[in-house]
Write a protein that binds this ligand. Sequence first.
Ligand code: UD1
Length: 422
Amino acid sequence: MDKLIVHGGATLKGAVNISGSKNASLPILAATLLTEDDCIIRRVPDVSDTNYMVQILNSLGAEVERSSGTVRIKCGEVMEVAPYDLVRRMRASICVMGPILARQGRVVVSLPGGCVIGDRPVDLHLMGLKALGAKVEMEGGDITLTAPDGLKGAAMDLRGTSGPTVLGTDNVMMAATLAEGVTTIESAAAEPEVVDLANFLNSMGAKITGAGTRRITIEGVEKLHGVEHTVIPDRIEAGTFMAAAALAGEDVVLNRLCRDHMIEVTAAIEESGHTVEFNEAGDRCVVRRGEILRGVELETAPYPKYPTDMQAQMTALLATTPGISVIKDAIFPQRFMHCAELKRMGADIKVKDGTAVVRGVAQLSAAPVMASDLRASAALVLAGLTAKGATEISRLYHIDRGYEHIDEKLLMLGAHVERLQA
Ligand code: UD1
């Protein structure tokens, strides 16, 4: 298994291009199952999660070609059973469920297990698809959904105890595009990735309104057609590089991001004392490390509020920011595995009841650390950038799930990082 060695102390300078969004790419790739025509999707990041999705589509019968960020897919015929071996590796593979059900009237998919960031149920996905008329059965760890007479539009509220569900909204929205009649999703997720999927579906001929608000309306159509689409920038990768620049940078430029998707993350970086300056178009910014730094209070919540996927990276930044910071993760209260590793590097963090209290220390010191999930591993890389000595991060496959060529991008900015291949 690959390891990453981060030698602390280098100053980051220069510019980095932000990749296309992993979390937008995954449901958009799955949505190609809704048509037998060719679809071309651009700016799909080269990360292992999008590779898994391509493999899943292949195994479902799709013809897929991939080169330089462009994926061309033709799902001429679609099988109904998503293979367990591939599906179990990535929780987001659950988003093939809605499109296969809509196209074939039946789907069998493995129930995703829990993961280190929490229990992660799919009850809301199933509630929504049931409302559209699907019959749900569970056996041997598989979920089978059937709708032999087709799906029927319905009104539903997809709010769970932690708020809306992103992939649940995606699954129901995709299934409803081919249902008979009108579907209304109340308490829908409003994340930019949901809007990107709705735009993709609308250009395929779907009739969706309200994406980006809490109420999405979908008027079912008979058929969808092929389309070309460019995926939105990855706001979490952009936020991660913003945090890296704030920690260890000197006027770092981030290209190809979207200001409107970054409001809360930008505000948090600025509140801790750094400056972020966007160009007029909002697709480029310069991050300047501040001189007078201070702790902040953050609480993760559904979009447009502060994203849970930027909680770990911000915790790493605040670990060496003077003052006390309080970080609450209301979406995944167990998502603090990175704190134990940061503490091994000398951070002063106390975690209780889904909240981390961070007392900024002057400097962290390098230690061998273990990545526990995708964003936690990014936090460890950030911590290593300014730590004294060489931080050795193992289980690097977590970071490769969602950050395109992160070591090369950091090297281009002047960081001293090495990937050791096992
Ligand atoms: C997506 C993102 C993930 C991000 C998360 C929250 C992708 C591929 N992944 O995951 O990176 O961290 O949104 O912003 O886009 N819940 C239920 N029942 C359900 C579904 C979810 O109770 O059926 C709960 C979850 O446990 C969690 C909350 O709802 O507490 C939000 O989860 P959800 O938005 O569904 O996360 P994902 O879509 O899986």
